[in-house]
Design a protein around this ligand. Structure first.
Ligand SMILES: CC(C)(COP(=O)(O)OP(=O)(O)OC[C@H]1O[C@@H](n2cnc3c(N)ncnc32)[C@H](O)[C@@H]1OP(=O)(O)O)[C@@H](O)C(=O)NCCC(=O)NCCSC(=O)C[C@H](O)C(=O)O
Ligand SMILES: [Mg+2]
Length: 283
């Protein structure tokens, strides 16, 4: 099933107001964070609150994901055990650098989908191997962590994200090779809606399926950019209709709306229409 993952909103597990508010926000994915947004002295409290919120439910159509601390940390084991018991839609593992880390976590999620953060230079260099277990484990999604990546690279986050292009593009390529969903990193400036829109458009154009967010004010822009536009839908419908005509049954290439289209475009047009229908079903 093609599931919209346009907007994926992080919130600290220790923030009760945010956990409650997320039940009514128009996001596709709620990511409850136990890692970097939670201070060490609040880790146990945040874990309990996050798992209680997941068990309580009320998130409707939204996918609910718990981001645990890395298994090598003091909190990782307890986080993973508690998250599995709470039963979210997915568990997000940070700072993943090897296929072994994916396999170790996947063996313990009891079949719950596994998402992994790509956020270190080593992960970028070894991204193909990290995504490899997708064929034998519940790994479904990679999430870019541009803050950690920027810190480790000593790269600056500037408009256009020139310093991150290689990492972003390589990660999308690996996700596509292994049939994974690819989610772009966060835009830290909550006040900069124009910059956010540009970054969403850039991520979409690079091939990402959606973007991680940090504040409710970022949701509408992100949903709009990562949804097929009316023009996209009209063109997709025209492509599907053109190839469905009996006289085109044995043709590999056509002209539709002034554009050359081949059967590879038909495949993409069908994907656009399925995605538009799924988004439309959200109302
Ligand atoms: C950044 C924030 C701390 C700002 O919070 P606050 O000052 O409370 O913002 P506002 O007053 O503007 O909030 C207005 C209302 O919206 C609610 N709110 C705010 N943020 C969220 C949220 N993320 N989810 C749900 N609801 C939210 C407030 O409660 C207010 O509600 P109301 O009472 O009705 O007025 C805060 O936005 C925040 O904590 N953001 C998320 C931070 C986070 O989770 N960071 C971790 C992930 S980022 C990362 O690490 C990525 C990756 O790993 C990497 O390396 O790049
Ligand atoms: Mg990070």
């Amino acid at each position: 099933m093609l599931r919209p993952r346009r907007s994926c909103l992080y919130m600290p597990g220790a923030n009760a107001r945010a956990l409650e508010k997320a039940r009514s926000l128009p996001v596709d994915v709620v990511i409850i964070d136990l890692e970097d947004a939670v201070a060490p002295e609040k880790k146990a409290e945040a874990r309990a609150a996050a798992c209680a919120a997941v068990k309580q439910g009320g998130y409707g159509r939204r996918e609910v994901v718990i981001r645990v601390n890395a298994l090598a940390t003091d909190w990782g084991e307890d986080d993973l055990n508690a998250a599995v018991a709470a039963g979210p839609d997915a568990i997000l593992l940070p700072k993943v650098e090897t296929a072994a880390m994916v396999q170790e976590a996947a063996a313990r999620t009891g079949g719950i989908a596994l998402w992994v953060m790509i956020e270190t230079p080593r992960a970028i260099l070894d991204i193909d191997a990290i995504c490899g277990p997708a064929s034998t484990t519940p790994l479904t999604t990679i999430v870019m962590g541009v803050n950690d990546l920027g810190k480790d690279l000593r790269a600056r986050q500037r408009p256009g994200r020139a310093a991150f292009q290689m990492a972003l593009q390589t990660s999308v390529a690996a996700a596509r090779c292994h049939g994974l969903t690819a989610i772009d990193g966060v835009h830290n400036d909550i006040t900069d809606s124009a910059g956010l829109a540009e970054e969403c458009e850039q991520g979409r154009d690079l091939g990402f399926d959606g973007k991680t967010l940090i504040h409710p004010s970022q949701i509408d822009i992100c949903n709009r950019v990562f949804s097929p536009s009316d023009t996209d839908i009209r063109q997709a419908e025209a492509v599907v209709a053109a190839f469905a005509r009996p006289e085109n049954a044995d043709r590999g290439v056509l002209k539709v709306g002034g554009q050359m289209v081949e059967r590879l475009h038909l495949e993409e047009a069908e994907r656009v229409l399925v995605m538009a229908a799924a988004i439309g079903a959200y109302g």
